[in-house]
Design a protein around this ligand. Structure first.
Ligand SMILES: CC(C)(COP(=O)(O)OP(=O)(O)OC[C@H]1O[C@@H](n2cnc3c(N)ncnc32)[C@H](O)[C@@H]1O)[C@@H](O)C(=O)NCCC(=O)NCCS
Ligand SMILES: Nc1ncnc2c1ncn2[C@@H]1O[C@H](COP(=O)(O)OP(=O)(O)OP(=O)(O)O)[C@@H](O)[C@H]1O
Length: 197
């Protein structure tokens, strides 16, 4: 039985980057955002329900994230409708990954792990963390969201301090080298616990 390690943190705090560091030391990885991308892509399971709820957001057979962001910008309750479509499909994708995975530690990169209660299915949780100032700089530097879109998403997420408090491990994402050292230590600790169990 693999060890299930949840990886979470607020938008732009470094989940995807840290997830790759876990892969470098032999962990399996399931990425919720990547699952959403598959679901929105041509042939993905979210396309048809999204077509019914937001017809303007389906273009050439795939879901346009820009159109969804426009819909959320017009009416922030649209995000709830989107989540009701997406979250059950994401859960199915995750179950299929667990059924086929072979690594000793499986990392689940899930932005809304605590918000959706997904932490209860994990053996331990890691939270990435950085100051709110650096978070904002990093997200806006990507150039994929306006400041208003960023604030709208951030307002929906549990505050970072609370996520850190609820987590078993924290990775400070100030530099890549520092993050790598912290990841190696966490993996060594978990592997030690697994051999002693
Ligand atoms: C809002 C959308 C259109 C923005 O797309 P975009 O490509 O610009 O951003 P991306 O998907 O990379 O998300 C960036 C970050 O925003 C945060 N975020 C995304 N969706 C949500 C949400 N429903 N609630 C809170 N935060 C969210 C996460 O931290 C995520 O990593 C898109 O995220 C979406 O369709 N979200 C709904 C699905 C969902 O809930 N995904 C979360 C993981 S299951
Ligand atoms: N340890 C680190 N040291 C320096 N920069 C980092 C580190 N981790 C992440 N970053 C930078 O911060 C930005 C956001 O990182 P990343 O995309 O991993 O965050 P995320 O939490 O997955 O974001 P989102 O919630 O939007 O999906 C990127 O520009 C990345 O290069």
């Amino acid at each position: 039985m693999s060890f299930k390690l949840g990886l979470t943190g607020s938008i732009g705090m470094g989940k995807s980057t840290t997830a790759q560091l876990f892969v470098e030391v032999g962990c399996g990885l399931w990425d919720a955002d990547a699952a959403v991308h598959r679901l929105y892509d041509v042939g993905g399971a979210a396309v048809s329900p999204m077509q019914a709820a937001f017809p303007e957001a389906v273009i050439d057979g795939s879901v346009s994230r820009d159109k969804l962001k426009e819909a959320i910008g017009r009416d922030s309750s649209a995000l709830k409708v989107i989540e009701e479509i997406v979250h059950p499909l994401v859960a199915e994708d995750r179950a299929a990954f667990i059924a086929s995975a072979t690594a000793d530690i499986l990392v689940f990169d899930i932005p809304l792990l605590f918000e959706t209660g997904g932490n209860e299915a994990m053996d331990a949780v890691v939270c990435v963390s950085i100051s709110a100032e650096i978070q904002r700089e990093r997200v806006l530097a990507r150039g994929t969201m306006t400041e208003a879109q960023f604030e709208n998403i951030r307002a929906k997420q549990m505050p970072n301090d609370e996520k850190v408090f609820k987590s078993d491990y924290v990775v400070i994402t100030d530099t890549l080298d520092h993050a790598r050292v912290q990841v190696e230590k966490i993996v060594t600790t978990i592997r030690g616990q697994m051999t002693n169990a």
